[in-house]
Design a protein around this ligand. Sequence first.
Ligand SMILES: [Zn+2]
Length: 188
Amino acid sequence: MTYVTHLEARYEKYRNGGIADFIRDTLPKKLACEIDVTSLASSHRNSAAICALSSKLYPAMAATAACNCADCRKPIPEDAGLHIVRRKDLPRYIEAGRPVQLRWGANVKVASADLPTLNFGRAKGLGFDRILIYPTARMVSWLMNPQIKLEGETRAKLYVALTRARHVVAVVHDIPHGQSIPGFSIYD
Ligand SMILES: [Zn+2]
Protein backbone atom coordinates (compact mmCIF):
# COMPACT_ATOMS: atom_id res chain seq x y z
CA MET A 1 0.00 0.00 0.00
CA THR A 2 2.76 2.38 0.97
CA TYR A 3 4.59 1.52 -2.21
CA VAL A 4 1.63 2.29 -4.48
CA THR A 5 0.84 5.53 -2.68
CA HIS A 6 4.43 6.63 -3.01
CA LEU A 7 4.43 5.89 -6.73
CA GLU A 8 1.17 7.68 -7.29
CA ALA A 9 2.52 10.82 -5.69
CA ARG A 10 5.79 10.68 -7.52
CA TYR A 11 4.26 10.06 -10.91
CA GLU A 12 1.22 12.29 -10.61
CA LYS A 13 2.24 14.37 -13.60
CA TYR A 14 2.11 11.31 -15.81
CA ARG A 15 -1.42 10.45 -14.87
CA ASN A 16 -2.97 11.85 -18.02
CA GLY A 17 -0.10 11.34 -20.43
CA GLY A 18 0.21 7.86 -19.07
CA ILE A 19 2.87 5.31 -19.44
CA ALA A 20 4.30 6.60 -22.73
CA ASP A 21 5.36 9.92 -21.23
CA PHE A 22 6.64 8.20 -18.15
CA ILE A 23 8.83 5.89 -20.19
CA ARG A 24 10.11 8.70 -22.40
CA ASP A 25 10.99 10.93 -19.45
CA THR A 26 12.49 8.52 -16.99
CA LEU A 27 14.31 5.83 -18.90
CA PRO A 28 17.58 6.03 -20.81
CA LYS A 29 16.80 7.58 -24.17
CA LYS A 30 17.92 4.62 -26.21
CA LEU A 31 15.70 2.23 -24.30
CA ALA A 32 12.74 4.59 -24.25
CA CYS A 33 12.85 4.88 -28.03
CA GLU A 34 12.45 1.17 -28.33
CA ILE A 35 9.18 1.10 -26.46
CA ASP A 36 6.05 1.58 -28.52
CA VAL A 37 4.47 4.84 -27.48
CA THR A 38 1.93 5.20 -30.24
CA SER A 39 -1.01 3.45 -28.68
CA LEU A 40 -0.47 2.51 -25.08
CA ALA A 41 -3.96 3.11 -23.73
CA SER A 42 -5.37 0.58 -26.16
CA SER A 43 -3.08 -2.05 -27.57
CA HIS A 44 -3.61 -3.29 -31.10
CA ARG A 45 -0.97 -5.90 -30.51
CA ASN A 46 -1.22 -7.46 -27.07
CA SER A 47 -3.97 -9.79 -25.92
CA ALA A 48 -5.96 -8.97 -22.79
CA ALA A 49 -3.86 -11.39 -20.72
CA ILE A 50 -0.63 -9.77 -21.90
CA CYS A 51 -2.01 -6.27 -21.27
CA ALA A 52 -3.06 -7.24 -17.75
CA LEU A 53 0.36 -8.60 -16.90
CA SER A 54 2.47 -5.87 -18.49
CA SER A 55 0.32 -3.14 -16.94
CA LYS A 56 1.26 -4.47 -13.49
CA LEU A 57 4.82 -3.30 -14.14
CA TYR A 58 3.64 0.32 -13.92
CA PRO A 59 0.84 0.20 -11.37
CA ALA A 60 0.60 3.97 -11.00
CA MET A 61 -0.19 4.33 -14.70
CA ALA A 62 -3.51 3.76 -16.41
CA ALA A 63 -3.64 0.11 -17.41
CA THR A 64 -3.46 -0.73 -21.10
CA ALA A 65 -6.41 -2.63 -22.52
CA ALA A 66 -6.55 -4.89 -25.53
CA CYS A 67 -8.28 -3.23 -28.48
CA ASN A 68 -11.58 -4.45 -29.83
CA CYS A 69 -10.81 -4.08 -33.53
CA ALA A 70 -12.32 -6.71 -35.76
CA ASP A 71 -9.05 -7.71 -37.36
CA CYS A 72 -6.38 -7.32 -34.68
CA ARG A 73 -5.01 -10.59 -33.29
CA LYS A 74 -7.29 -12.75 -35.42
CA PRO A 75 -7.42 -15.69 -35.57
CA ILE A 76 -6.56 -16.48 -31.96
CA PRO A 77 -4.36 -19.60 -31.74
CA GLU A 78 -5.17 -22.44 -29.39
CA ASP A 79 -2.08 -21.83 -27.30
CA ALA A 80 -2.83 -18.15 -26.64
CA GLY A 81 -1.90 -17.13 -23.11
CA LEU A 82 0.97 -17.06 -20.65
CA HIS A 83 3.13 -20.15 -20.24
CA ILE A 84 6.06 -21.35 -18.17
CA VAL A 85 8.39 -23.72 -20.02
CA ARG A 86 11.00 -25.80 -18.22
CA ARG A 87 14.38 -26.17 -19.92
CA LYS A 88 13.92 -29.87 -20.54
CA ASP A 89 10.72 -29.09 -22.44
CA LEU A 90 12.20 -26.30 -24.55
CA PRO A 91 13.09 -28.39 -27.64
CA ARG A 92 9.53 -29.70 -27.87
CA TYR A 93 7.99 -26.31 -27.15
CA ILE A 94 10.16 -24.50 -29.66
CA GLU A 95 9.44 -27.01 -32.40
CA ALA A 96 5.68 -26.63 -31.90
CA GLY A 97 5.39 -22.88 -31.41
CA ARG A 98 8.37 -21.40 -33.30
CA PRO A 99 8.55 -18.38 -30.94
CA VAL A 100 10.90 -15.44 -31.24
CA GLN A 101 13.47 -15.70 -28.45
CA LEU A 102 14.10 -12.63 -26.27
CA ARG A 103 17.01 -12.29 -23.87
CA TRP A 104 18.97 -9.72 -21.87
CA GLY A 105 22.14 -9.98 -23.92
CA ALA A 106 24.29 -12.13 -26.16
CA ASN A 107 25.75 -13.89 -23.11
CA VAL A 108 22.42 -15.62 -22.49
CA LYS A 109 22.43 -19.00 -24.20
CA VAL A 110 19.24 -19.79 -26.11
CA ALA A 111 17.78 -23.19 -26.85
CA SER A 112 17.43 -22.74 -30.60
CA ALA A 113 20.03 -21.34 -32.95
CA ASP A 114 17.52 -21.45 -35.80
CA LEU A 115 14.82 -19.17 -34.42
CA PRO A 116 15.05 -15.38 -34.46
CA THR A 117 16.67 -14.11 -31.24
CA LEU A 118 16.61 -10.52 -30.00
CA ASN A 119 17.92 -8.73 -26.95
CA PHE A 120 15.19 -7.14 -24.82
CA GLY A 121 16.29 -3.65 -25.76
CA ARG A 122 16.50 -4.27 -29.48
CA ALA A 123 13.00 -5.28 -30.44
CA LYS A 124 11.99 -1.81 -31.59
CA GLY A 125 8.49 -1.59 -32.99
CA LEU A 126 8.28 -5.31 -33.53
CA GLY A 127 5.38 -7.61 -32.82
CA PHE A 128 5.23 -11.37 -32.93
CA ASP A 129 2.52 -13.97 -32.41
CA ARG A 130 4.69 -15.85 -29.90
CA ILE A 131 7.67 -14.85 -27.85
CA LEU A 132 9.88 -16.88 -25.55
CA ILE A 133 11.51 -14.90 -22.75
CA TYR A 134 14.78 -15.98 -21.15
CA PRO A 135 14.24 -14.00 -17.95
CA THR A 136 16.70 -12.74 -15.39
CA ALA A 137 16.31 -14.08 -11.85
CA ARG A 138 14.83 -10.73 -10.82
CA MET A 139 12.23 -10.95 -13.58
CA VAL A 140 11.18 -14.37 -12.33
CA SER A 141 10.91 -13.00 -8.80
CA TRP A 142 8.64 -10.25 -10.05
CA LEU A 143 6.46 -12.64 -12.05
CA MET A 144 6.00 -14.70 -8.89
CA ASN A 145 5.21 -11.60 -6.85
CA PRO A 146 4.50 -8.33 -8.74
CA GLN A 147 4.62 -6.44 -5.46
CA ILE A 148 8.39 -6.71 -5.15
CA LYS A 149 10.65 -3.83 -6.03
CA LEU A 150 12.15 -4.26 -9.48
CA GLU A 151 15.01 -2.11 -10.74
CA GLY A 152 14.07 0.43 -13.43
CA GLU A 153 16.03 -1.05 -16.30
CA THR A 154 14.87 -4.58 -15.52
CA ARG A 155 11.29 -3.38 -15.22
CA ALA A 156 11.46 -1.55 -18.55
CA LYS A 157 13.06 -4.45 -20.36
CA LEU A 158 10.49 -6.89 -19.05
CA TYR A 159 7.79 -4.49 -20.23
CA VAL A 160 9.35 -4.35 -23.70
CA ALA A 161 9.65 -8.12 -23.81
CA LEU A 162 6.09 -8.87 -22.73
CA THR A 163 4.57 -6.34 -25.08
CA ARG A 164 6.22 -7.79 -28.20
CA ALA A 165 3.69 -10.63 -28.22
CA ARG A 166 0.25 -10.70 -29.79
CA HIS A 167 -0.92 -14.04 -28.41
CA VAL A 168 1.62 -16.07 -26.52
CA VAL A 169 4.18 -15.17 -23.87
CA ALA A 170 6.32 -18.09 -22.76
CA VAL A 171 8.90 -17.75 -20.00
CA VAL A 172 11.80 -20.16 -19.55
CA HIS A 173 11.90 -21.22 -15.92
CA ASP A 174 12.57 -24.51 -14.18
CA ILE A 175 9.65 -24.08 -11.86
CA PRO A 176 9.57 -26.69 -9.09
CA HIS A 177 6.64 -29.08 -9.17
CA GLY A 178 3.85 -27.82 -6.96
CA GLN A 179 4.74 -24.16 -7.50
CA SER A 180 2.91 -21.79 -9.81
CA ILE A 181 3.11 -18.26 -11.16
CA PRO A 182 -0.10 -16.19 -11.11
CA GLY A 183 -1.75 -16.06 -14.53
CA PHE A 184 0.62 -18.60 -16.10
CA SER A 185 0.07 -22.18 -17.10
CA ILE A 186 2.93 -24.66 -17.06
CA TYR A 187 3.77 -26.26 -20.39
CA ASP A 188 4.07 -30.01 -20.15
ZN1 LIG B 1 -6.85 -3.10 -32.87
